[in-house]
Design a protein around this ligand. Structure first.
Ligand code: ATP
Ligand code: MG
Length: 267
């Protein structure tokens, strides 16, 4: 009988509260998961809406652009001070329309969840295509390009166009950080797990307290920057199961490292 009471007391004082505690935690966890799922569904929904909105804005904007172009051509044929003033104003409008178009294109590029089109390729060739593309502009700014490619890189499965876009975004930033000229070093290397691409500049560098912000959407310190270049690059690289990191020192320069896994399996 005493044993029965002891058993009942232990059950009441230990096991029942413990059971309550465990159930409570399970309920809390389920609620938390539900909340997170709703939040990410909502985010995806907002992303889709914003993407749709951006597309809708793009069409009338291109009509604006075409008509402004026609107006400019008309104005150009008119002589006189009034014609010149109007021409200059229309030119300013045209510039702003182009800027808006660029912002929308950047946004759409970032917002679009893209399906990767993987192919086997040599990263050196991909990097070199980007360097060739940007070379004329870079040379004008008195920036010296130094290339150091590991000639024994294994082939890598990537979406070539997207990876080019990611590298280009980082290279353009490097170029913009060296307005007074400098050196741009592009290096490739590998170990048995990943291929590494280093993009190093001798530009303005990034202040310590800004380093954690540079990959945030819309963070920009530039007059006409949209702040989508690095978030887009990061997203593309992470979609390839890779990573991007940065080391920087103010007034000395920055180094961005992209690591792409060699054995890339994306399901
Ligand atoms: N190599 C670099 N040197 C110095 N600052 C850099 C460098 N790369 C990035 N940054 C800083 O990070 C910020 C964010 O870069 P990000 O490419 O995302 O946007 P952005 O260049 O300002 O605009 P855009 O969307 O046109 O690329 C930049 O505004 C700049 O302050
Ligand atoms: Mg940029």
């Amino acid at each position: 009988m005493i044993q029965y009471f002891i058993g009942a007391a232990v059950t009441c004082t230990v096991f029942i509260p413990l059971a309550f505690f465990i159930i409570r935690r399970a309920v809390d966890k389920t609620r938390e998961l539900e909340k997170r799922a709703m939040h990410s569904e909502r985010l995806a929904f907002v992303g889709t809406l914003a993407g749709g909105l951006a597309h809708e804005i793009k069409n009338p904007l291109s009509t604006f652009s075409i008509n402004l172009q026609l107006l400019m051509e008309e104005m150009q044929s008119r002589k006189g001070e009034n014609g010149n003033k109007a021409y200059t104003r229309i030119q300013a409008l045209q510039r702003e329309v182009h800027r808006l178009e660029e912002i929308l294109n950047d946004f759409l590029r970032y917002a679009k969840g893209q399906k990767l089109e993987l192919e086997n390729c040599n990263i050196n060739e991909v990097v070199d295509d980007v360097v060739d593309f940007i070379t004329p502009e870079i040379k004008q700014k008195k920036i010296l390009i130094l290339k150091s490619y590991d000639l024994h890189l294994p082939y890598c499965r990537i979406d070539v166009n997207l990876i080019k876009q990611a590298i280009l975004n980082i290279v353009i930033n490097a170029e913009q950080a060296m307005e007074q000229g400098g050196e741009l070093m592009i290096r490739t290397s590998c170990n048995n797990k990943f291929i590494q691409i280093d993009i190093t500049d001798t530009g303005s560098g990034i202040p310590k307290d800004s380093l954690e912000k540079i990959f945030q959407v819309y963070y920009s310190t530039k007059k006409t920057g949209t702040g989508l270049g690095l978030p887009t690059a990061k997203r593309i690289i992470e979609e390839h199961k890779g990573m991007v990191s940065v080391l920087s020192e103010e007034d000395k320069g920055s180094n961005f490292s992209i690591k792409l896994p060699i054995d890339l399996k994306i399901y």
